[in-house]
Write a new protein. Structure first.
Lengths: 179, 314
């Protein structure tokens, strides 16, 4: 069952189909909420977002991809939460335990020394708000510029410029070379 | 990573770093069940709560991409619909933990919605989830009123032609090993032409290729118990697996995939009438789909390696 079919069936009131859709995007939604600052309330944000998405499903344009549409709701819920409590959670991101011993032959992770990873993550955390959000969406969540614009509800030019500024700042902080 | 400038090391490094970041999340099936239970609660409340129905008409802001461009100021109007979605749930008797919500709600008031939206978060959440699971189990017991011991199954998920039957307690291990119905070794030239059969470049040529159930499933075998099953998906699942741990979400070339980490009973549902045929105790398995084709890769030790192999399909 692909997204479109699941959505069609959900619109017909098939909750099992919507459940499949939720399960499919659950991890990504949690990742998005957590990374955008929901902290330990990510679970609530995500549930709320999925409930909202269901209620708005009829307004979803079926020829558009579901993922950024959903993530925009997640980002919005996260934003509402962080604004209502007057701060965002510290990014409690941690590097996965699977990173080191399990994948010694993974050149991508081997190329990043633990120390450099830690410094880079700290530098991302310390970025100004908008730059951090852009960098997180573009690289940690691997969204395209267009998707990022949709999810954050920014003009695409803002995505480009914030990403650019963020990268420049990170480059200053940690240098550009792999160590 | 292919969507980024390949020449930019920092961008590649950030992407790799993102892949290494561990974000704790509850099992997808639990989230799905919780959302479903809330929607069920909303539905049943909608019919009696006249104020709620008005919200659905004025709460479009969060999904209308044209209404604003500055996210820092654009979301005021979202507060009300968000409140409305939570209100019926709070009224619903599924949430006995709501009794202690006012205390917590008031102490948290500056940090929460005005009316204490999501009343039982925190302490109440665990309890709520337990109850939600019970509700869902009851619903499934009614829906899945088919024979053969499904009563022990707490949840059924279907993905990539595989039906995952998730229960609280482990299903008895399958001790025998059965082939797929009509399974026979075929030379590559005689592979069924009903769908495009692909081979993972990362594993090289298989030792053996078989087809089963009249060309419905093609299986390839490599040393060390690695096998890839591929089949054309429809709405009906072809395999079933009995699990206690929930599958882990991952992606194969950007598409959803699920990793089932432990050994688990595997069975087959025949094309003719869905008869269940126990097959064997399966090794860790990655399942994913690409368009209408479904794949299950069994016997690879780690999820990362399984994903790497899956992404090498040619």
């Amino acid at each position: 069952m692909d997204d479109d079919e699941a959505i069609a069936r959900s619109l017909d009131g098939d909750l099992a189909a919507y459940e499949a859709l939720v399960a499919r995007y659950s991890a990504l939604a949690h990742r998005t909420a957590t990374m955008l600052g929901a902290g330990d309330e990510a679970e609530d944000v995500v549930q709320e977002a999925f409930v909202k998405a269901y209620r708005h499903l009829a307004k979803f344009r079926r020829d558009a991809p579901f993922r950024p549409w959903l993530l925009r709701i997640v980002a919005n819920e996260t934003h509402n939460l962080t604004r209502s409590r007057g701060r965002r959670s510290d990014l409690t991101l941690r590097l996965g335990a699977t990173a080191d011993p399990a994948a010694p032959d993974d050149p991508e992770s081997a190329a990043l020394s633990t120390d450099r990873r830690t410094r880079l993550l700290a530098a991302v955390r310390a970025l100004p708000d908008r730059e951090r959000q852009a960098v997180i969406c573009r690289y940690f969540l691997q969204l395209s510029e267009a998707e990022t614009a949709q999810v954050l509800d920014w003009p695409i030019g803002s995505v480009k410029s914030s990403t650019h500024r963020g990268l420049a700042r990170l480059r200053e902080e940690v240098g550009n070379e792999l160590t | 990573m292919n969507s980024h400038d390949p020449h930019n090391d920092l961008e590649a490094e950030l992407t790799a770093l993102g892949d290494l970041i561990d974000v704790p999340a509850p099992p997808p099936a639990d989230v799905a069940a919780a959302v479903r239970a809330r929607l069920t609660a909303l539905d049943s409340t909608d019919s009696t709560d006249s104020t709620d129905s008005t919200d659905s008409t004025d709460s479009t802001d969060s999904t209308d991409s044209t209404d604003s461009t500055d996210s820092t100021d654009s979301t005021d109007t979202d507060d009300n619909p968000a409140v409305s979605t939570a209100t019926p749930a709070r009224q619903h008797p599924e949430d006995p933990a709501g009794a202690d919500a006012p205390l917590r709600g008031s102490s948290r008031a500056p940090g929460r919605r005005v009316d204490g939206r999501r009343p039982s978060v925190r302490r109440g959440r665990r309890k709520r989830w337990t109850i939600v699971a019970a509700v869902v189990a009851a619903v499934l017991a009614v829906m899945a009123a088919t024979p053969q011991g499904r009563e022990a199954v707490a949840r059924i998920l279907r993905f990539a032609g595989v039906e995952l039957r998730i229960s609280e307690t482990p299903a008895p291990a399958v001790t025998a090993t059965a082939p797929l119905p009509g399974e026979r070794t075929v030379p590559p030239s005689e592979l069924p032409r009903t769908f495009q059969v692909r081979t993972p470049a990362a594993l090289g040529e298989p030792e053996r290729v078989s087809e089963a159930d009249g060309g419905r499933v093609v299986s390839m075998f490599w040393p060390d118990g690695i096998r890839l099953d591929q089949f054309e998906g429809g709405l009906d699942p072809i395999f079933f697996k009995k699990l206690t741990p929930l599958p882990a979400y991952t992606e194969v070339s950007g598409r959803t995939a699920w990793w089932i980490p432990g050994e688990h009973p595997l069975g087959y549902l025949t094309r003719a009438d869905g008869t269940e045929i126990p097959l064997r105790q399966a090794a860790p398995t990655l399942i994913w789909q690409d368009g209408t084709l479904d794949y299950r890769l069994e016997g690879v030790r780690t999820m990362a390696e399984a994903v790497r192999i899956a992404e090498s399909l040619r």
